[in-house]
Design a protein around this ligand. Sequence first.
Ligand code: NAD
Ligand code: TYD
Length: 336
Amino acid sequence: MRIFVTGGCGFIGSNFVRFLLRERPDAEVTNFDALTYAGNLENLTTVEEHPKYRFVRGSICDRAALDAALKGGCDIVYNFAAESHVDRSLHEPQKFLDTNVTGTATLLEASLKAGAKRFVQVSTDEVYGSLGKDGVFTETTSIKPSSPYSAAKAAADLWVLSYHRSLGADVVITRSSNNYGPFQFPEKLIPLFISNALEDKPLPVYGDGMQVRDWLYVEDNCRAIEIVGKKGRSGEVYNIGGKSERENLVVTRALLREVGKPETLIKYVADRPGHDRRYALDISKIEKELGWSPNVGFEEGLKATVKWYLEHREWWTRVKSGAYREYYARQYGGRL
Ligand code: NAD
Ligand code: TYD
């Protein structure tokens, strides 16, 4: 089975590559990644010599690079590559349009030309917009994205679905809730706050901190994405959630307790413009159709995540300081 993963040097993608190489002995994995600020070769040092793993540096916006990397053909494409941070999308929206929309469209064309039998678009619950206190998003909820990030992801979803409806392409889409776990770039809530707490720096809580997210342990998401790729019905969307809705302040206090630091580190700051209040997912479709449910509860997942950040201080110190770029230029420079 030849598997083409894009964005495999990022957070979820690198967990997914390791998951495939560990769990699927028949998988030959190509990881195609542009190595933006969020892509880090250090995330995959444990598999870089694996005989069934290949890394190719390139952008999903670059058709010639994609054609070259896909030359030997492939069976299935998993598209993780994206600009993924809402706050950055408020400052650099064009980048999000380029990568998340044009990049996805370019990758889809190249994949079909290379004979890929299936295209898996890794999307997000953020395409549905914001909920009030009650209600949940189902796969048929209309999309109403708030930020340039989620609008670009929504546009990509529609583009990919149009290839199914009009051109008969075999595509599936996953829309997951907020992931957390090892190797997450410390710009997102949980790794930023754990690492700040470990450095006795303030934890900037936006607005009143009462926004709600549904937290999904990354390993559970990797398993779900693979099941959707394998068994999901063509042209369908599958929600993936952790059944762990928590207010940001509750998450913040829990991680401070786990790290053993005082709540005085919490610092209320100005709210994010357009901040979505609450996300919540109905995941009965994937549970009933594909037999997937989350295995890792929030308390267990948070404990494991804090432990990982405690044991990988060098990794996140390098990432936070930007020094990982010099590190891997030294380690890999000649080979890239
Ligand atoms: P990330 O920012 O950690 O990693 C993104 C990866 O994509 C990086 O390795 C980066 O180098 C690569 N990339 C960026 N632009 C590229 C391009 N033009 N060509 C090739 N590679 C490129 O992101 P993540 O958190 O791992 O998210 C992965 C996917 O999952 C994204 O599509 C995101 O929208 C989606 N998602 C993330 C979450 C979450 O909580 N993190 C939740 C739901 C969905
Ligand atoms: P984030 O991890 O950026 O994910 P998303 O915006 O995609 O849900 O943020 C999660 C929640 O945490 C969101 O409500 C914004 C909030 N947040 C803060 O309060 N402070 C921060 O420094 C960050 C990064 C996020």
